[in-house]
Each structure stands twice: as C-alpha cells, then as structure tokens.
Design a protein around this ligand. Structure first.
Ligand SMILES: *Cc1c(COP(=O)(O)O)cnc(C)c1O
Length: 385
C-alpha cells in the first residue's frame, strides 16, 4: 500500500502533466472590485461571486464583529444539540419574510444545503433528472440520495418531459441550477415547472447565482419567472457577501429538514456571528440599496456584453457571468496569465469544474466595478486573446 505522500506525488504529477494542477493564492486585501495578490500587485478582480460588492462591506463586517463579541466565535455543537442561538432564528425569520414563505431553514453552506436537502426527498426508489451542467454540489447530492439519476442534456426541457413521461419511479425530481455557475445562462424554468406539474414531479432549483441578482428585491430566478417550484436553495455566500445557505420552506418541510438533513443534524452550527452578518447582508440586499446595486450590476452587464460583442466574442447578458471558452486547459492558463500581466484577475476554469475541451475564462461582474474597470478589462482581453 503506497503511503499518502507517494499517492499525492503521483496524482499531482498527473495533474501537472495535463495542465490541471491548481494552487491556493491568498489575497492580501479584503475582497472587492480591486484586490492585491502578490505584494504591490493591484488587480481588477473579475473572479469573485461578490455580485453586489457586499463581501467586504464594513456594515456587514461590523455586524459580524458585534455578533462575535455577543455570542462568541464558535457555536459549540450542532443546532439540535446545543448550537442554536437567537440570531439563527432571526435570520431564518427574515429569510422567510424575504421569500414570502412560511419558514426558512439555514445551512452552513450551499454545498451542505444541497447535500442535505436532496436525500431527504429522493431515495433508492426514486428518479432524479439532473442537468448536465449542474453544480458539483448537486451532483454529489444526487449520488448521496442513492436515487436513480438520469443526466439530461443541458437546458433541454423537452428531454426532461420525455424522461418524466417514460420512466417509472415512486417519486420523480428534476434538479437544476437557476443560473449555471460556469456558463451564466438560465434554466428554462417555466418549461421545467410546467413539465413537472404535468407529470406530478418535484422541481428543485438552486438559486446560488440568482439570489440578490435577479427578481423583485433580488429574490431570484423563480421569483422573477413567477412559476411554482417545490424546493429551492439559495446561498448567502455569493451576492449576499456572507456565508451560509437556506431553503425557503413550509413549516412541515422545515421540521422535516431539521430532523433529517444530515449536514444540519451532524455538523456544528454556523456561528451565530455569521448569522448576524448574513442578516445585515439580507437587509441590504432586499432593500432600496439592493435595488440600486442591482441596477448598477445590470448596467455593467449590458456594457460588458456590448464590449465583448465588439471584440467578436459571443456574449449573453443573462447574468453577471460571462464565459470565454478557449478549449484546452493550457490555453485558458495562458490567457489568464496574459490578463494578469495587464492587471486583470480572471482565474482560468478547467475540468472537472467544466467539461473537457471547454476550459475557459469565467468573468464575473459586480456592482462594485466601475466603467473604467470594465473598459480596462475589455482592452486587456483584446490584447490577451
Ligand atoms: C457556489 C455554489 C454552491 C455552493 O454554495 P456555497 O455556499 O459556496 O457552498 C451551490 N450551488 C451552486 C450552483 C453554486 O454555484
């Protein structure tokens, strides 16, 4: 049996050979539209999911600090045991109000929420239909559920309808990202909802990149589309600039998740201080300032899409995410390095985050970007590509 270090060296050599090796690189500044990586290296940051520019917000940081002084840094136990604090409930109540649902259930992360949620509703007797480009946390959630999983072609509502028509199972669930994390396009939510309704199937939508960005008060793609969706998951880690995730729910669904969702039952609670931070973030995100930030974000999206088109690059102004697909990993690495030389940080995205042959630059815009940031980025792209 090789030891861990031998295995690691062999695996790393393979990754390096395929241009798939990744490494950590800490920021030397708070998150924001401009960041510092190497000492003295100022970069325009287009790699964060900080869509409203709230991740470094001083008011949210103050709520976090205040919460930590009042409640401590650690929760001490899972919520069911002894880690449940008033801020968790205040946040859940605020989220339920924001979502206009009876209740909401907080999770420590979007990853944990997906892995907790899906196995509660799908088991070995059930069928899950999963979009080919769903986020890794949904893929892992599908596996954990032990349901039969059929992966349907990306965004193909007709294929979903066909599968729902022909396959037999106790329950059928369709699982999709609202906005796809690496492509920035939107799920055909209206068609999926209609198809699920026709076939008595459940629809499960992950709003990670839509909450705070789309819909009235930033309530997401489902809210914008005005369709009925059974189960939704939204994160507090992207546009909200904090950490955690939640499931808007009926009281019964909430009670069931509190009993059965394993990441909630078997993992230490989110620190109460983070619930305080997230509450401050949600109040900003859902209020008039959130609307102003969304207006700035969407104006950035339109300006940037027009700029990409002027460079001869395809651009869809569906979300704050713009992929520039380059193909092999080496090409994405090279393009990212050239951008960085020009003061622009766009991390290359390679398999397994995206399918083989579709390595890319993934450009994510923020309300915090100025027109100068966008124009400088477009100019750097023109030179780098
Ligand atoms: C980022 C992301 C998650 C995970 O959320 P975290 O809060 O970062 O754990 C889940 N789903 C999608 C679609 C995501 O992009």
């Amino acid at each position: 049996m090789p030891l861990a270090d031998d295995i690691a060296r062999a695996e790393l050599a393979l990754l390096r050979e395929r241009d798939l090796l990744r490494a950590l690189e800490p920021l030397r500044s708070p998150p924001g539209a401009e960041i510092e990586l190497r000492p003295g290296e100022r970069l325009i940051n287009l790699s964060s999911n900080d869509y409203l520019g709230l991740a470094g917000d001083a008011r949210i940081a103050a709520a976090f600090a205040e919460g930590a002084r009042r409640w401590g840094a650690g929760a001490g136990a899972s919520r069911l045991v002894c880690g449940d604090f008033p801020p968790h409930h205040e946040l859940e109540d605020a989220l339920a109000e924001f979502e206009a649902t009876e209740a909401a259930v907080l999770f420590n992360s979007g990853y944990a929420a997906n892995c907790g949620l899906l196995p509660v509703f799908a088991g070995p007797e059930d069928l899950v239909l999963s979009d080919a480009l769903n986020h890794a946390s949904l893929i892992d959630a599908c596996r954990l559920s032990r349901a039969r999983v059929e992966v349907y072609p990306h965004g193909d509502a007709a294929a979903v309808d066909e599968l729902l028509e022909t396959k037999r199972a106790r329950r059928k669930l369709v699982v999709t990202d609202a906005i796809f994390s690496m492509d920035g396009d939107r799920a055909p939510i209206g068609e999926l909802a209609a198809s699920c309704e026709r076939h008595g199937a459940m629809l499960f939508v992950d709003e990670a990149h839509a909450t705070g960005v789309l819909g009235p008060r930033g309530a997401g793609l489902v809210a914008e589309s005005g369709v009925h969706v059974d189960v939704r998951m939204a994160t507090l880690s992207k546009a909200a600039g904090a950490l955690g995730a939640y499931v808007p729910a009926t009281r019964a669904v909430r009670d069931l998740l509190v009993n059965r969702a394993r990441p909630l039952v078997f993992s230490t609670a989110l620190p109460a201080a983070m619930a305080c931070a997230a509450l401050a973030a949600v109040r900003i995100l859902a209020g008039p300032e959130g609307d102003e930030r969304r207006a700035r974000l969407w104006s950035n999206v339109r300006r940037f899409a027009a700029g990409l088109e002027a460079l001869g690059l395809a651009a869809r102004a569906d979300s704050a995410i713009f992929p520039v697909v380059l193909g092999e990993p080496a090409r994405a690495l090279q393009a990212a390095a050239r951008l960085r030389e020009r003061g622009v940080l766009v991390k290359p995205i390679r398999p397994p985050t995206v399918p083989p042959g579709t390595s890319r630059l993934r450009i994510a815009l923020s309300a915090a970007h100025t027109e100068q940031h966008l124009d400088a980025t477009l100019e750097a792209l023109r030179e780098a590509l």
